[in-house]
Design a protein around this ligand. Structure first.
Ligand code: NAP
Ligand code: GLV
Length: 306
C-alpha cells in the first residue's frame, strides 16, 4: 500500500515519521511531481497537479475539518474525500469560544484597561439571559461548543441545514428559519463549513438581524464574513464587538483595518489546531478499515460540499 503526504503549511518529516510508525506495512512518501500512483494520500491544500496525477487514488485524507480548499479543485471522480472528525479539535474550539464569550460578557478588556491605569473600579453585573448565544453549524465542533457554553448557563440557540433536537438548545434549521434564529441571538458563533450556500453568510443584512449590542465570533472560515460589512455595524453601535480567528486572506495583510479596530480581537487561525498524534491515529485507523472493506465516518458528501 502506497501513501503520499502532500500538505502545504505542514512540516512533512514529523508527519511522515508518525504515519510510518502507525502504518509500518505501508510505503509512505512526500509527494513530488511524477512520483507515480498511490492508494491513499494525506493532504492539505494540495496543488491541482497532484490530483491530476492520481486518478486512481482511493481516498484523500484532509488534515483539517474544513475541506473547502479541496472542494475548489477538480477531484478524481471515484475518490473518497475524508475530513478530520474532531481529532482533538472540538475541545480546543470549546475553549476558544467560551474564552471569547466570557471575556466579552464579563467585560474583562475594560477591567484590564482600568487596571492598566491603576483604577480599582466595578462594572454593573450583566444578566446572562440578556446574552443568548447562537451557534451556526451544529456538527462535530458546533455541538461540542454548545455543551461547553451550556455549562455557563447562557440561553442557547443553534442553526443547521437539517433539523436537530439537542438538549438545552433551541434549534432552527434551513434558510427559512435563519431570520428567527438571528433575532433570538446576541452572541453569534460561526462554525459552518464553507460551501456555495454559506459563503458570505455573515453580512450587513444577517448581522443587522442580531439583537442590539450583538457580538460575532467567527471561527469557521474568513469567506463566511463579508469583511467590509463588519466595520460599519461596529462603528454604528449595532454590534458591540467581534472575535475573528479566520480571514479572507491569511495571513491577514499588513494594514488591514481589522488589525487595529478597537472592537475587534483577532487571532491567527488558531482556534482549533490539527493535532498530529490524534490525526495520525484517526487516519491510520480509517485506512485500515477501508482496506478491510469496512465503512468509515467523516466522508465528505460531494454534493453538499462538506
Ligand atoms: P461538520 O461536522 O460537518 O458540521 C457542519 C455543520 O454545519 C452541520 O451542523 C451542518 O448541518 C451545518 N451546515 C452546513 N451547511 C449548512 C447550511 N447551508 N445551512 C445551515 N447549516 C449548515 O463540521 P465541523 O467538524 O463541525 O467543522 C465546521 C467547520 O469549522 C469546518 O468546516 C471548518 O471550516 C471550521 N474549522 C475551523 C477551525 C479553525 O481553527 N478556525 C478548525 C476546525 C474547523 P447538518 O447538521 O444539517 O449537516
Ligand atoms: C482548520 O481550519 C480546519 O478546518 O481543521
Amino acid at each position: 500500500m502506497k501513501i503520499y503526504f502532500c500538505c502545504t503549511d505542514f512540516k512533512a518529516e514529523p508527519w511522515v515519521a508518525a504515519l510510518r510508525a502507525a502504518l509500518p506495512q505501508a510505503e509512505i512518501e512526500v509527494w513530488a511531481p511524477g512520483a507515480g500512483p498511490a492508494d491513499y494520500a494525506v493532504v492539505w491544500a494540495p496543488p491541482q497537479a497532484f490530483l491530476d496525477e492520481q486518478p486512481q487514488i482511493k481516498a484523500l485524507f484532509n488534515l483539517g475539518a474544513g475541506v473547502d480548499a479541496l472542494t475548489q479543485l477538480r477531484l478524481p471522480a471515484q475518490t473518497k474525500l475524508v475530513r478530520l472528525d474532531d481529532a482533538g479539535m472540538s475541545v480546543q474550539m470549546a475553549e476558544y469560544v467560551c474564552h471569547a464569550l466570557i471575556r466579552h460578557f464579563r467585560e474583562f478588556d475594560a477591567y484590564a484597561a482600568d487596571v492598566a491605569q491603576g483604577k480599582w473600579s466595578y462594572r454593573k453585573p450583566r444578566l446572562r439571559e440578556d446574552f443568548p448565544v447562537g451557534i451556526m453549524g451544529l456538527g462535530v465542533l458546533g455541538q461540542r461548543v454548545a455543551r461547553a457554553v451550556q455549562a455557563f448557563e447562557f440561553p442557547l440557540r443553534g442553526w443547521s441545514r437539517s433539523p436537530k433536537e439537542l438538549p438545552g438548545v433551541r434549534c432552527y434549521a434551513g434558510e427559512e428559519q435563519l431570520a428567527e434564529f438571528l433575532a433570538e441571538t446576541k452572541v453569534l458563533v460561526c462554525l459552518l463549513p464553507l460551501t456555495g450556500q454559506t459563503q458570505g453568510i455573515l453580512n450587513r443584512e444577517t448581522l443587522a438581524q442580531l439583537q442590539p449590542g450583538g457580538y460575532l465570533i467567527n471561527v469557521a472560515r474568513g469567506a463566511h464574513l463579508v469583511e467590509e460589512d463588519l466595520i460599519p455595524l461596529l462603528d454604528g453601535g449595532h454590534l458591540a464587538g467581534a472575535t475573528l480567528d479566520v480571514f479572507r486572506q491569511e495571513p491577514l495583510p499588513a494594514g488591514h483595518p481589522f488589525w487595529r479596530h478597537p472592537k475587534i480581537t483577532i487571532t491567527p487561525h488558531t482556534s482549533a489546531r490539527t493535532l498530529r498524534d490524534e490525526s495520525v491515529a484517526q487516519i491510520a485507523g480509517k485506512i485500515l478499515a477501508l482496506e478491510r472493506g469496512e465503512p468509515i465516518g467523516g466522508v465528505v458528501d460531494h454534493h453538499q460540499g462538506y
